[in-house]
Ligand binder design. Structure first.
Ligand SMILES: [Zn+2]
Length: 93
């Protein structure tokens, strides 16, 4: 068993893909690029991103960041996320 369960459906999550890219966003835009794993509930199709690497692959201050970001955004499984709802709302304005 995977040790990952959908609380709503009470069924185990399935691995969707290992090694997806997760872009950590700040109110000013993209901030860090992480590798992580995507899991999906086979019943409700909720997707969760877990198993982040211990360090980001790229950070904004690095010269390679812009190129890495452009490549990451071409990947269909890449997600963008915020630390909390407030940051996410600030980013919209
Ligand atoms: Zn579910």
């Amino acid at each position: 068993m995977t040790g990952k369960v959908c609380a709503k459906c009470r069924i185990e999550l399935r691995p969707k893909r290992n090694g997806i890219i997760a872009i950590e966003m700040a109110d000013f835009g993209p901030y860090k690029i992480w590798y992580a794993d995507a899991w999906v509930c086979p019943q409700c199709y909720s997707k969760v991103v877990l198993g982040f690497a211990s360090r980001p692959a790229y950070e904004l201050y690095q010269p390679e960041f812009a190129d890495a970001l452009a490549l990451a955004r071409q990947e269909p499984d890449t997600i963008e996320f915020w630390m909390d709802q407030k940051q996410k709302e600030l980013a919209r304005h």
